[in-house]
Design a protein around this ligand. Structure first.
Ligand code: ADP
Ligand code: MG
Length: 705
């Protein structure tokens, strides 16, 4: 088989997409399904039966033996239970392959085995998965054979959401309703639907699998828990956009091919800031499809790596002291007839509708900064947000020169009369064309940056789902639109009322706009003066989910009930404590069974060397050996003490009741004990003979892929 292929031929070949449905479904059924997808009508069983049959026939042609309801429980990853298509053997001993409408639209996994934060107990375990027909089914081909995957939402028997998908779909409805309300006020009578578009950029690390397998910390926790910095890090800035090495390029080629077959529009790939760090971005898609596709991207990155003898690390901070990984969530709102509500046009000061939308977004971000921060909280992300790394834990909005100036005019004079124009950028090289500079520069330090016709929310962690971030964004912006509509619908003079409202929102919420360097200490001080929250850890971020203003917004649009939010908060605390507990236990294991024994061997050999050299030549200078021996022995004792302490505090944590107190304890006490153990071990790694050290170093891992 040739190694080269035509992308257009393979793109979407494993997706039961619209083209396939149009070709295979009876016209009437195809039309009905579209009514369900577009107008939210109910899907009747008869129609579902026809769709299921065709889907099965198509999947079997692709080699599928099983189907699965593919869903996103609150574990952060996807879940699936496989059923084969076979029916009970007939009298002739043969089987039929069948798949009914009921099996397509509804599944019944045991809800009690997934995190529910107390919503479901084992004795009331019933849970349902329901087909999300707006996200297409696909066939996944891998070592397990081919499987028909049906994207679904996952709910409890009583209808509470137990997954990411259900609230996401609810939030999309909310923003659709409220954005349409606003558009109608501006005289738009033609748009029928408004959808958030999302393009998540995925960062990841690639290391050699053989080396990965020698590091228990990477295997159990996804990040290194020990490791001294190599002589060279990322200081030369030579990796970002650098030429992609052959081995990685071959891997990326395979990843792209797999994704294209699944209809995921993998588009951009490049090396990132840190050595061994890379990025993949698809072309943006409707919010729920983008969320599903991002899960597929993460699964594919991991799966394909194995085939190349590589390991993909999706953790936010696999290596301390080296740039971490995030996921930039590009977000905009578009109508079914192609209007991007975030497109400012050439002269934004004149585009009243755009300014109304923009100031609503400023209001939403300012009023719900803590909630949006919480939406990006995950355990690994604590090493980025609030640590000395991008982006800061303070939510601010970057608008750039042009829009920032428009808002300034509005606030200072009450009217915006002009827009800064893009200037001509002269390259100074004759053979290069001069081109128009964007009116807005890029700012890489802002957590929420306007980038021309979309916002880029940069706080999300690399291994986290982007669902939560988009649920929150959609809901808080829907609320701001709704508040604006409440005022504007009552206004006698619409023009006047709009201008007043834009001014008021700009003035009231300008404090959240910040165009400077988000990494600087000055900004931290300035943000505090402005009263903006600076929430440094996941544990402190979690309560925002059940703050009164959050509950009010979620309940108003039916995105979450108070009970669902409370359950999610419980799950987050549990997840935090459990994750740190695993990290602590892994450190105990690695230090106790690998590192301390290795250092003892090394110290012993030093002692033997001292004796041997001394007896061979009484006048020999043995200061190097004794110096090392003294230093290593002291660090060894320090490490052993720290290990004992870590064992004690971790055991204590395990006895605590699950909940906020336990999470706080793990953050403040267990993590501190982990740091105290790591320090002497990393120092030892710098002086102990490399041959003795029981695992590959940072240098081995990130420079030798
Ligand atoms: P960057 O220069 O920020 O790294 P990339 O090309 O890596 O840009 O990623 C930008 C992402 O934003 C892509 O996924 C792209 O499809 C997406 N995007 C572009 N326009 C929009 C839009 N209007 N709404 C949402 N996402 C968008
Ligand atoms: Mg990018």
């Amino acid at each position: 088989m040739s190694d080269y292929f035509n992308v257009a031929d393979i793109f979407g070949e494993n997706v039961f997409n619209d083209a396939v449905m149009q070709a295979r479904l009876p016209k009437k059924v195809y039309k009905k399904l579209h009514e369900v997808m577009e107008e939210g009508k109910e899907l009747d069983l008869e129609t579902a039966d026809v769709i299921a049959h065709e889907m099965k026939e198509w999947a079997i042609e692709k080699g599928a033996t099983h189907y699965t309801h593919w869903f996103q429980p609150l574990t952060g990853v996807t879940a699936e239970k496989h059923d084969s298509f076979i029916t009970a053997p007939m009298s002739n001993g043969k089987v039929l392959m069948s798949f009914s409408g009921k099996e397509l639209i509804k599944g019944e996994p045991d809800a009690s085995s997934f995190p529910s934060g107390g919503l479901r107990a084992t004795f009331e375990a019933r849970g349902y998965t329901a087909w999300d027909c707006t996200s297409p089914a696909f066939v996944r081909q891998d070592a397990a054979g081919a499987t028909l995957c049906i994207p679904t939402a996952f709910c409890s028997y009583t209808g509470e959401a137990l997954d990411q998908k259900t609230p996401l779909l609810r939030s999309m409805e909310a923003i659709n309703d409220q954005a349409l309300r606003l558009l109608r006020l501006f005289g738009n009578t033609t748009s029928k639907k408004v959808t958030p578009s999302v393009g998540p950029e995925q960062e990841y690390f690639i290391v050699d699998r053989e080396k990965y397998l020698q590091r228990k910390d990477l295997i159990f926790t996804g990040r290194t828990l020990f490791g001294a910095m190599p002589p060279k890090g990322q200081e030369m800035d030579d990796h970002y956009f650098g030429a992609i090495r052959e081995r990685i390029a071959a891997y990326m080629k395979d990843v792209n091919k797999e994704l294209w077959k699944l209809g995921v529009s993998a588009k951009t790939q490049h090396n990132e800031v840190a050595p061994a760090q890379h990025e993949l971005a698809p072309i943006y898609a409707e919010c729920n499809v983008a969320v599903d596709n991002n899960q597929l991207i993460m699964e594919t990155l991991k799966k394909v790596a194995g085939r190349h003898g590589l390991q993909c690390l999706l953790h936010e901070k696999p290596f301390a002291g080296v740039n971490g990984s995030g996921k930039h969530n590009n977000w905009s709102i578009t109508t079914d007839d192609g209007i991007n509500l975030l497109d400012p046009g050439a002269t934004p000061h004149e585009n009243v509708q755009f300014l109304m939308v923009l100031t609503c977004i400023l209001k939403a971000i300012d009023e719900h900064a803590a909630l949006l921060r919480a939406s990006a909280a995950d355990v690994g992300n604590d090493h980025r947000l609030g640590a000395n790394e991008a982006p800061p834990a303070i939510l601010s909005v970057y608008l750039g020169d042009q829009l920032g100036d428009v808002i300034n005019q509005l606030v200072s004079t009450g009217a915006a009369t002009h827009s800064l124009e893009g200037e001509k950028l002269e390259t100074g090289v004759k053979t290069l064309p001069d081109f128009m500079k964007d009116a807005t520069d890029r700012n890489r330090t802002s957590p929420f940056a306007f980038t021309g016709n979309k916002f880029e929310f940069r706080m999300v962690g690399s291994q986290d789902s982007v669902a939560q971030a988009n649920i929150v964004l959609n809901t808080i912006v829907a609320e701001a639109f709704s508040d604006a509509c409440d005022i504007l619908e009552k206004a006698e003079d619409f023009e006047l009322a709009v201008h007043d409202l834009i001014k008021t929102y700009a003035k009231d919420h300008q404090r959240v706009v910040f165009n400077g360097n988000g990494y600087s200490d000055e900004w931290v001080a300035e943000a505090e003066k402005r009263g903006l929250p600076n929430i440094k850890s996941m544990v402190d971020a979690i309560p925002a989910y059940i703050a009164p203003e959050s509950v009010a917004a979620f309940e108003k649009f039916g995105v979450f009930t108070k009970a669902e939010l409370t359950s999610r908060v419980e799950i987050e605390y549990e997840t935090y404590a459990k994750t740190i507990n695993i990290e602590a236990k892994t450190m105990i294991d690695v230090a106790g069974k690998q590192i301390i024994p290795a250092v003892i061997r090394y110290v012993t050999s030093l002692g033997e060397s001292v004796n041997t050299v001394k007896s061979a030549c009484a006048s020999a200078d043995i200061s190097v050996q004794t110096g090392l021996l003294t230093k290593c022995s002291a660090l060894l004792a320090q490490a052993q003490n720290a290990l004992t302490k870590l064992e004690e505090v971790t055991a204590e944590g395990g006895k605590m009741e699950e909940g906020r107190d336990q999470a706080v304890y793990y953050r403040d006490t267990v993590k501190a004990a982990m740091d105290a153990l790591r320090a002497p071990v990393d120092e030892l790694e710098m002086i102990v003979d490399k041959d003795v050290w029981p695992m590959p170093s940072y240098g081995d891992l990130i420079f030798e892929v």
